[in-house]
Design a protein around this ligand. Structure first.
Ligand code: PFF
Length: 454
């Protein structure tokens, strides 16, 4: 086997990991959750979770990766043979998310073509999005195109593909977000929305809000699926992991906050005439991005360009996330099956594409398929985000804290620099993080099966 490739330095690792973190979760989930659960108070809660539980888990994954310099499955095997299955779960989760992320990536590509071909009126029309996703072939073709983009970048390798792409797209994403935010904030009535987004309303801060903030933190920081272990395995020993973790979190949270500036004020400006339409407009998920926002853009000057730029931005965010997922799967399959990067990329790309097709058809010819009341994509999303990711994370905390020994990781972190928040890290990883994650896991399972009402 050839020498393992590495990121060129500090920036390469930070931008690639931030690229995996910044994605659809930031742009379409965070702003709507914040408005739903009490504005500024939710934002504050979220930031506390990121700075505590998130900090401990990102740092743990990065340190595991750098310690072993190998794929996720082997990393867990080296920690403890009996826990190799955690590596397999991580790769499975990454693969499943990749499969449906590419379906959504395909929808984004479709909207880019619509906007840049001057058809913004079409995109804003009633039924356009539903009409598109319910077709059998077009969404699948766009999904294939999105998979091909991923394959192209991953095939180029860690430095030439993954790192180089993130170094260009991440700064571009910030610039585009700022441009769209300025346009959104300049609309009449936008400031009302800003107030709603940021002024704390502690009466909405329920247990459900706490769970929503924790779940969002997991998804947004790409935790529990081996992505940061994989990227950590490409990091040189002289890089300060503690500092890098803080920067990654700052980046991810910054973009999530900025997404609120882009989306909420504009929605207020357009929909505030009736509280019912406002509530509908603030729904999280695909409705927000593909149905509500096109109706918002059409009211802006240069609507085609603004809309096109926004979808380009979402495309960048989604691509850097799905590349992280694909890289995680490939780095494992490549080493396990002794394949070359190129042939492994083709294999993973093809299988992920095929695995994603049912999720796409679940909006059209297979829309009668319902699993626990969810369509195929939502069910896959539920299994990965609500079950497997927290499960992987809590088992990792237990493994590291009580079986393997945290000193392995603190030693690894201290190889490059002083570990300023070591004591704090130990309290988090041993007690606070596993307890918080177990509570989330159990409540979301009970809630889904109707045993409690959140
Ligand atoms: N963090 C991404 C988002 O916020 O959209 C989603 C994601 C990407 C999760 C990559 C996991 C992952 F490995």
């Amino acid at each position: 086997m050839g020498k393992r490739k590495m990121f060129s330095g500090h920036l390469g690792f930070i931008l690639a990991t931030a690229g995996s973190a910044v994605g659809l979760g930031n742009l379409w989930r965070f702003p709507t959750l914040a408005t739903k659960y009490g504005g500024g108070s939710f934002v504050l809660l979220y930031i506390i979770f990121v700075a505590t539980i998130g900090f401990s888990l990102v740092l743990t994954e990065a340190a595991i990766g750098r310690k072993f310099h190998c794929n996720v499955v082997d990393a867990y095997r080296k920690i403890n043979r009996k826990f190799t299955f955690l590596g397999y779960i991580a790769v499975l989760v990454a693969f499943l998310i990749l499969s449906y992320y590419c379906v959504i990536g395909g929808w984004i590509l479709k909207f880019i073509t619509v906007y840049f071909s001057g058809n913004e009126l079409l995109a804003a029309g009633d039924g356009f999005f539903d009409g598109f996703i319910s077709k059998a072939t077009w969404p699948v073709l766009f999904q294939a195109l999105f998979v091909l983009f991923n394959m192209f970048v991953v095939m180029l390798g860690v430095q030439n593909g993954v790192e180089r792409l993130n170094k260009v797209l991440m700064p571009a994403l910030i610039i585009l977000s700022i441009i769209v935010s300025i346009f959104a904030l300049s609309m009449d009535g936008a400031l009302e929305g800003l107030k709603y987004y940021l002024v704390p309303d502690f009466s909405k801060l329920s247990f459900r809000a706490v769970l929503a903030a924790l779940g969002q933190m997991f998804f947004s920081l790409s935790l529990g699926m081996g992505v940061t272990i994989t990227y950590g395995s490409y990091v040189r020993k002289d890089i300060d992991l503690e500092k890098a973790t803080k920067k990654i979190e700052l980046f991810d949270t910054g973009i999530a906050l900025l997404a609120g500036f882009m989306v909420i004020p504009a929605i207020f400006a357009v929909f505030s005439s009736s509280s019912e339409s406002l509530e509908n407009a603030l729904q999280a998920g695909s409705t927000l991005v593909f149905i509500t926002l096109p109706k918002v853009f059409i009211k802006m000057p240069f609507s085609g360009w603004i809309g096109g730029t926004f979808f380009l931005l979402i495309f960048f965010a989604a691509l850097t996330s799905s590349i992280a997922l694909m890289e995680t799967v490939i780095s494992t399959w490549k080493e396990k099956l002794h394949l070359k990067r190129k042939s492994c990329t083709i294999l993973v790309g093809l299988i992920a594409f095929l695995a994603g097709i049912p999720a796409s058809l679940g909006y059209g010819i297979w829309d009668s398929v319902s699993i626990f009341g969810m369509n195929i994509l939502d069910f896959t999303d539920f299994c990965t985000n609500q079950l497997l990711m927290p499960l992987g994370a809590v088992m990792t905390c237990i493994l590291v804290s009580y079986i393997w020994g945290t000193w392995h990781l603190t030693d690894e972190i201290k190889k490059s620099s002083a570990f300023h928040r070591e004591k704090w890290y130990l309290i988090l990883i041993k007690y606070i993080t596993p307890v918080a994650v177990v509570i989330t896991l159990i409540s979301s399972i009970l809630n889904t099966f109707g045993m409690i009402q959140l």
